[in-house]
Design a protein around this ligand. Sequence first.
Ligand SMILES: [Zn+2]
Ligand SMILES: [Zn+2]
Length: 248
Amino acid sequence: MSIQDDWRSHPIGEEIVTATHQQITRAGHIPGQPGALDGGMTIEALPTWYGGTTFRSALEASWAATLDTLRIAWEYEPETITLPSGATYIPDFKLPEIGAWLEVKGTGVPRVEKPVEFGKSLSCDCGIYDCTCQWPGGELVIIGHPPRPYDPWADPQFADLENLNYRAMANTRRRHGGHPNWTSTRGRTAWLTRCADCNRGTWFDSAQCRACRGSLADCHGYQAGDPGIEFRRITGPKPAGEDDPEAA
Ligand SMILES: [Zn+2]
Ligand SMILES: [Zn+2]
């Protein structure tokens, strides 16, 4: 089973809860595709419930669900950090098994000064290939953006021009969560992969697994927005009186 099949084996879509509040914002348009939205992802900053935790926004809840799909362990806002500048900062997610942090930023005017300063304070000064720190390159700070929209025209399942099914395309587009999109505060590309040695999902920007320091030479690295990974969309607050579908 490939990494991709493994990640896709989760029934994406079943967790989607219908939004019961007004949608305030949508992500920006794709250049060259006027009117294209963000795959239906609502990113309003309203409390959103997922898996026993109340998040500040649907986007944060969706990142938590996506981390679960990727089998990356997370803790939500576990620590208050005092930055070198003296400013106080609460990162959204700590990813303790891979020595990383995830700061979720919606659209609008994303303020990334604090996570960037945090990332700078955590990274080591070793060369990429001779780092012997606990975490390769030091701890890593990832900025989690709204998902890259799903494009049915780029989906191989709709590649047969003889039998174009616009309704199926529209339905898939409506259900699809888009693709995870991120950047690293280190200013170089961070890929996402599943380590063949320890089987954990991990971001990496050097040749070693952040969890087990195994070689990632044979692992496929996904870039931000890669269509091989689906973003798991969670929308809306917990419906009153309903049980946690994740708790079963
Ligand atoms: Zn180092
Ligand atoms: Zn590993």
